[in-house]
Ligand binder design. Structure first.
Ligand SMILES: *Cc1c(COP(=O)(O)O)cnc(C)c1O
Length: 413
């Protein structure tokens, strides 16, 4: 018996991933070893609790997998403690807040409209409903975070927690200065490295480990592991963090995903991963240079990391129109608000582009210039369906030269 209907969907998705240029900054292609661990028999196990202290029997190997992930995370990120059970980045942040705060405490975080994440206090998110939120943002002139103004706001507002981290910020984050400010005002520092974890491991971004009380991260973005998250922290917060994850907000951990996290952390500790993360940044800079040459306006004028925020106001179309046209040309991006945007999140002025996924496929700087030219062509001709179709043909050719999983040949799933 085969579920032909779903098999068809999965094969079609393989084809879509193989034949499109993926510039979604939060996506990546996990290795086959990671995918295999995700679909392993550990999916069948229940193991509420932590290694050595489970509520169910039969956890000898679930314990071994989780201990591997924990040991590797601690070594790789140079932290005292790691909890590898959070199902995703949002519950990881929720658990961190519950561990550090009482209801109604004040959080200082980056404004969503300036690049922060929903879980950093958006009104429509649990974080904005349970805690009092004040925001810092980027300066209008530079598009960058100004640490003096963060300090001023922190001194005035006296938050219990400062969150440093973002989801659409193309520049390096000064975790050390955030740490100093947190100390000065008596706040905890939570650094959310969901996007940049792989760059930190690869030495392409300052590590928050010496300064942060708690570090949350997803495992599927630049870190290139399975869909999931981790929380790392100083020894003094270890108990509170573990209790907040289980039994605080989650039940049984996803042991298969934890095994896949262990695999990804092993891969991230190899020398090739450092080269990979260097190439991510080189590729982002090459794409940024090309887009500037093609007359695009980039928030903050460029990038230090894996992502680029393009303000399309001067191009006569919205981010939504651009992302729809680009998809017709086989180029996948997401629409995004730009700082001080006058439009709405459903039809914002910008698009966000990231290089982690293409870099995994072996794209180099020259390839990124070509991608930039194709983006430019598609946007100049965004209302011309047949032009977009011709570009899509080019995209297919480029994609063929960069197979998704070369080990599997042309038809691999
Ligand atoms: C992606 C992201 C998250 C949330 O991750 P999910 O796994 O989608 O819940 C949290 N914080 C930041 C900064 C992110 O970029």
């Amino acid at each position: 018996m085969h579920d032909i209907e779903l098999i068809r969907v999965l094969y079609a998705e393989v084809g879509r991933q193989q034949n499109t240029i993926n510039l979604i900054a939060s996506e990546n292609y996990a290795s086959l070893a990671v995918l295999q661990a995700c679909s392993s028999v550990l999916s069948n196990k229940y193991s509420e609790g932590y290694p050595g202290k489970r509520y169910y029997a039969g956890n000898k190997y679930a314990d071994e997998a989780e201990n591997l992930a924990i040991t590797r995370a601690k070594k790789l990120f140079k932290v005292d403690h790691a909890n590898v059970q959070p199902h995703a980045g949002s519950p990881a942040n929720m658990a961190a807040y519950f561990a550090l705060l009482k209801k109604g405490d004040k959080i200082l975080s980056m404004d969503l409209a300036h690049g922060g994440h929903l879980t950093h206090g958006s009104k429509v998110n649990f974080s904005g409903k349970l805690w009092r939120i004040v925001h810092y943002g980027v300066s209008k002139e530079t598009g960058k975070i100004n640490m003096n103004s963060v300090r001023r706001i922190a001194l005035k507002e006296r938050p219990k927690l400062i969150v440093a981290g973002a989801t659409a910020y193309p520049r390096a984050i000064d975790f050390k200065s955030f740490g100093n400010i947190a100390k000065e005002v008596g706040a905890y520092l939570l650094t959310d490295i969901a996007h940049i974890a792989g760059l930190i491991v690869g030495g392409q971004h300052q590590s928050p480990a010496p300064y942060a009380d708690v570090i949350t991260t997803t495992t599927h973005k630049t870190l290139r592991g399975p869909r999931g998250a981790m929380i790392m922290c100083k020894r003094e917060h270890a108990k509170a963090i573990d209790k907040a994850v289980f039994p605080g907000i989650q039940g049984g951990p996803l042991d298969n995903i934890i095994a896949a996290k262990a695999v990804a952390l092993f891969e991230a500790s190899q020398p090739e991963f450092k080269e990979y993360s260097e190439q991510i940044v080189k590729n982002a800079k090459a794409l940024a240079d090309n887009l500037i040459k093609n007359g695009f306006s980039l928030v903050s004028g460029g990038t230090d990391n894996h992502l680029i925020l393009v303000d399309l106001s001067n191009k006569g179309l919205t981010g939504k129109e651009a992302s729809i046209a680009l998809e017709k040309a086989g180029i996948i991006v997401n629409m995004n608000m730009v700082p001080y945007d006058t439009r709405t999140p459903f039809n914002p002025s910008g698009i966000r582009l990231g290089t982690p996924a293409l870099t995994t496929r072996g794209f180099k700087e020259e390839d990124m210039s070509l991608v930039g030219d194709l983006i430019s062509l598609a946007i100049e001709n965004w209302q011309d369906g047949s032009h977009l179709q011709r570009i899509e043909g080019e995209v297919r050719k480029i994609c063929k030269e960069h197979p998704l999983y070369p080990q599997l040949g042309r038809h691999g799933i």
